[in-house]
Design a protein around this ligand. Structure first.
Ligand SMILES: [Zn+2]
Length: 156
């Protein structure tokens, strides 16, 4: 990362999630439970960007925290094009994209109000049926759900 691109203060160790579409920032915060974090979390909202469609992006820096691949891959549901940077000693030691998992558990709400997951206290479960078109399917009621219409489960 070039110096001049550092719009938010550098961190010594931790995770940077970059190129978050600004309208998805709060979904990302919620999916990663950042409100429960004990270490420093820095959020840059509506920063200038040439990469996202809207011409602005958001970025989150979480000090002293490294997430599991499973946690990070959940982000693919709301923000498939984010860039993840792992920082050690102020250096980017790894940079990668998120990957859509085959199944999503407890992340996405089923749009079918009659679905058992909306009527019983249980985790939702979706499989990815079409990666190219971004189509999910509920494992309980078989309702199709395009990624563009995904609503994430509210966290308890
Ligand atoms: Zn369902």
């Amino acid at each position: 990362m070039k110096r001049k691109e550092l719009l938010v203060a550098a961190i010594e160790n931790g995770t940077v999630i970059d190129h978050i579409p600004s309208d998805k920032l709060f979904d990302v915060v919620s999916l990663l439970h950042l409100e429960r974090m004990k270490t420093a979390v820095t959020v840059g909202f509506n920063l200038k960007s040439k990469i996202t469609d809207q011409g602005h992006k958001s970025i989150i820096k979480i000090a002293d925290k490294f997430f599991t691949d499973e946690e990070l891959n959940q982000l693919s549901v709301v923000a498939p094009n984010v860039t993840l940077c792992l920082i050690r000693d102020y250096e980017v030691v790894e940079k990668r994209q998120v990957e859509m998992p085959d199944t999503l558990e407890g992340i996405v709400r089923c749009p079918n109000i009659k679905c058992i997951t909306n009527n019983e206290p249980m985790r939702t479960r979706f499989r990815v049926t079409n990666r190219e078109l971004g189509i999910l399917q509920c494992c309980y009621c078989n309702k199709d759900l395009p990624l563009s219409e995904v609503k994430i489960v509210e966290q308890q």
